[in-house]
Design a protein around this ligand. Structure first.
Ligand code: IPE
Ligand code: IPE
Ligand code: MG
Length: 249
């Protein structure tokens, strides 16, 4: 299913205007496992399988950009066991999926503050980003140690440094300038943000970028989320009227 995105005022991908960008807050892994009496990490593992299936289905769903919230700046509060388990899972996903991503034309990027991740994971991230840099069929971005406020803080610091260095002036700073200093500088704004598991909050995800995104909240827990679930959500999204501050024409 494909969508007409005419009249989209958000930042667009100039190379492919109209390309659909869907962002997902993948929530509910822990509850999915706990409902079955299993450790939370089993839910995260099942969740990773769901990611693979969804990425594979993106071309058929008409999704060119898929951005997934995998670990927030607040998720460090969880037990050491869960945090380490998740980090291991991210590394394993990169290693195991590398060939498939290359075959399927998936470009993988990471957003978030990677400097707090361990050195091996940082090296793996640099490697997979370089390995898939030429791919253009599906742009997969994974938000790891990502927080919208943290991203804005880091962008502000970088802008202030450039002003001090004389390469940027206060007058030059516009909406577009700020977008260029964010981790998402190479991505169009999301059209749609989906959150699974029935929670109806944003939890610090893409605060700046989602200014005009549509939101869909589904009760489905992430480990139960299939490409068909996404297909149903996209059908509903396609008939929504996006006004971007204007009036109905
Ligand atoms: C989302 O599932 C995955 C991460 C935040 C890493 P949760 O782990 O938050 O699952 P629930 O919300 O506890 O069910
Ligand atoms: C949001 O889920 C972060 C991710 C999905 C990675 P959380 O489960 O961490 O969010 P809260 O705590 O319910 O707000
Ligand atoms: Mg949660």
């Amino acid at each position: 299913m494909m969508f007409d995105k005419s009249a989209q005022p958000g930042r667009e991908d100039p190379a492919t205007p109209g390309a659909l960008h869907v962002a997902v807050i993948m929530d509910g892994n822990g509850r999915w496992a706990q409902n079955r009496g299993w450790p939370r990490l089993v839910g995260h593992r099942k969740g990773a399988e769901r990611v693979r299936k969804l990425v594979e289905a993106c071309p058929d769903l008409g999704i060119r950009y898929l951005t997934l919230y995998a670990f927030s700046t607040e998720n460090w509060k969880r037990s050491t066991e869960e945090v380490l388990g998740l980090m291991t899972l991210f590394a394993r996903y990169i290693r195991r999926e590398a060939d498939r991503m290359k075959r399927e034309g998936v470009r993988l990027r990471f957003i978030g503050d990677r400097t707090r991740l361990d050195d091996d994971l940082q090296a793996l991230i640099r490697w997979i980003e370089a390995e898939t840099a030429e791919n253009d069929r599906v742009h997969l971005s994974v938000a790891l140690n990502y927080g919208g406020r943290d991203e804005i803080v880091r962008a502000t610091r970088a802008m202030v440094q450039d002003v001090a260095a004389g390469t940027l002036s206060a007058e030059q700073i516009s909406d577009a300038t700020i977008s260029r200093y964010l981790d998402t500088r190479d991505l169009p704004d999301p059209d749609l943000v989906v959150r699974t598991s029935g929670e109806t909050r944003v939890s610090n995800f893409l605060l700046w970028q989602a200014a005009y995104a549509e939101y869909v909240f589904t009760p489905t827990l992430w480990p139960d989320f299939t490409p068909a679930t996404m297909g149903t959500i996209l059908k509903d999204f396609a008939v929504r009227e996006r006004r971007f501050g204007g009036v109905k024409t």
